[in-house]
Ligand binder design. Structure first.
Ligand SMILES: N[C@@H](CCC(=O)N[C@@H](CS)C(=O)NCC(=O)O)C(=O)O
Length: 194
């Protein structure tokens, strides 16, 4: 049996749960408290971040690797896009750049060097990049979801939800529709059920 140590609201855990669910690989989800992580989880992954997948003894404790592991088992809609290198680039820009800007924007009071609007504008450069990709299609890299859409989704969602009114009045209308479509999807609502 596969076990996923997860935290419902963690964006990394969300993307891992979406990929696992999509692949249909059976997995037991263990909801952990980040303040009291289970000893069984720390025993197999001492770094103490979620998600952690225990796939019958093989431990994977990076969300992107969990996603790739799930898709290697089963990828019915072709989320891997036959190894399209733009996937890795977009995810790298999210995980290394946009995520940092998101944190500063969301917790601007902890970064008093700049006003919140500066952090938001920095993050918006990435949103603009996504908007351009969505110009002539409904998903970022193809006419169906890919690994990139799913890996980015929880972070774009967080950014949008810091100030929903601000996000709603941005010119990123294709991105707004993209986000809304995913938030209402069976895949997302299922992995967010309590
Ligand atoms: N690079 C890791 C990052 C995972 C991560 O940072 N998860 C956060 C929660 S969203 C965490 O577990 N932080 C440890 C803690 O809060 O104690 C991945 O992609 O899985």
């Amino acid at each position: 049996m596969n076990t996923l140590y997860s935290f419902r609201r963690c964006p990394y855990a969300m993307r891992a749960r979406m990929a696992l669910r999509y692949s249909g690989v059976p997995v037991e989800i263990v909801e952990v408290s980040l303040k009291a992580k289970p000893a069984e989880m720390l025993a197999i992954s001492p770094k103490g971040t979620v998600p952690v997948l225990d796939a019958g003894g093989r431990v994977i404790d990076e969300s992107l690797e969990i996603m790739r592991w799930a898709l290697a088992q089963n990828d019915p809609q072709g989320w891997l896009l036959a190894g399209d290198s733009r996937i890795a680039e977009l995810i790298e820009a999210n995980d290394q750049g946009f995520k940092v800007q998101l944190n500063r924007y969301k917790y601007a009071e902890r970064y008093p060097e700049q006003p919140m609007e500066v952090y938001r504008a920095e993050g918006a450069v990435y949103l603009q990049r996504l908007e351009v990709l969505l110009n002539d299609r409904d998903y970022l890299l193809a006419d169906h979801p890919s690994l990139a859409d799913i890996a980015l989704l929880p972070f774009v969602r967080q950014f949008a939800h810091v100030d929903r009114e601000w996000f709603a009045q941005t010119p990123y209308v294709r991105l707004q529709a993209w986000l809304q479509r995913f938030l209402e999807s069976e895949l997302f609502t299922t992995i967010m059920k309590k």
